[in-house]
Design a protein around this ligand. Sequence first.
Ligand SMILES: [Zn+2]
Ligand SMILES: [Zn+2]
Length: 128
Amino acid sequence: MYTDKNLTCADCGQEFVFTASEQDFYGQRNFTEPRRCSGCRASRKAARNAADGGGYAGADSGSTSSYGGYGAGGSYSAGGYSGARDRGPREMFTATCSNCGRDAQVPFRPTSGKPVYCSDCFRTMRGA
Ligand SMILES: [Zn+2]
Ligand SMILES: [Zn+2]
């Protein structure tokens, strides 16, 4: 088994602990002992990421990205539209959906002669 070990950081010269679990981790991957404390390693890594940043821009132009997915989900009805009936801040009115005949909760007073749609049908009507 491993025991904690003090190493000296090559960057800042401070001693830091190379813990037993870290040694185990490094040993499994055949890594050599770290030469820098975690603080210096983190800042070097951040500097490297900053330098490499943007290198991937335009790798694949992405011009073929599809428009799919907009109308695929049915999350509107699942997301608590009806659940907000009793505690929603808006007054809701019950009407009968002109399309499917189910009860529909609408946030406006249904006007006779005007079609009212439930949330599902409303979405369909809008061509979503
Ligand atoms: Zn250091
Ligand atoms: Zn409907």
